[in-house]
Design a protein around this ligand. Structure first.
Ligand code: E4P
Length: 221
């Protein structure tokens, strides 16, 4: 399973990417708005740092505007993937943009039917937002289960990219279901590394090592 960071924050991206655990990045207008600098500058900097796919989202809401933004964004770096919302104009733009050889991540997917339509329109990635569904009392992971089943039933090339992840358990569940990618805030990737028994175990190893060094006489031959 590929693990993406859902952030436009360069410091976080660099820190976690150096560990070799980041396969790509997703951004959205809200995440970009939190950071200093121009949108394009932010995307280009991230694309240089991370080898994998970097999603950058259009803000137009009609076909021609989306297509023109998509062409511009994809010219910024070879690893840019254009994010387009799953609205009717977005599906039409997905067909046009993917026909130009530009990879599209169809976003704001809240039902398996929306995902199925996105796949038909030519999306390389479909992004169900599971946390936002959980927030309104629906089981977000059910959409992921349905999309993975549909992908497998028909051998679709579209990758299921699970977004709106709220805790490490979401990542684990998505991996067990067979989703292709989970994208998460950096804090959640950091939490995935942590276990109190790792910390207490290491503390004990280091204490025992120090004690043994003091207590043991050297070997004499
Ligand atoms: C995915 O690509 C989106 O950027 C993201 O996961 C949205 O998550 P949120 O519901 O935490 O804003």
């Amino acid at each position: 399973m590929k693990l993406f960071l859902d952030t436009a924050n360069f410091e976080w991206i660099r820190k976690l990417n150096q560990m070799g655990i980041v396969d790509g990045i997703t951004t959205n207008p809200t995440l970009v708005a939190k950071e200093q600098g121009e949108f394009e500058e932010i995307i280009v900097r991230i694309c240089k740092e991370v080898r994998g796919d970097v999603s950058a989202e259009v803000v137009a809401t009609e076909h021609d505007g989306m297509v023109s933004e998509a062409k511009h964004l994809s010219s910024l770096a070879p690893n840019v993937v254009v994010k387009i919302p799953v609205i009717p104009e977005g599906l039409r733009a997905t067909k046009t943009v993917s026909g130009l050889g530009i990879r599209v991540n169809v976003t704001l997917v809240f039902s398996a039917n929306q995902g199925l339509l996105a796949a038909k329109a030519g999306a390389s990635f479909i992004s169900p937002f599971i946390g936002r569904l959980d927030d309104i009392g629906q089981r977000g992971m059910e959409v992921v289960e349905d999309l993975v089943k549909i992908r497998d039933n028909y051998g679709l090339k579209t990758e299921v990219l699970v977004g709106s992840i709220r805790h490490p358990q979401h990542v684990l569940e998505a991996a067990k279901i067979g989703a292709d990618i989970a994208t998460m805030p950096p804090e959640i990737m950091e939490k995935m590394m942590m276990h109190p028994l790792t910390d207490s175990g290491l503390k004990r190893f280091l204490e025992d090592w120090q004690k043994a060094k003091k207590a043991k006489p050297p070997i004499t031959v």
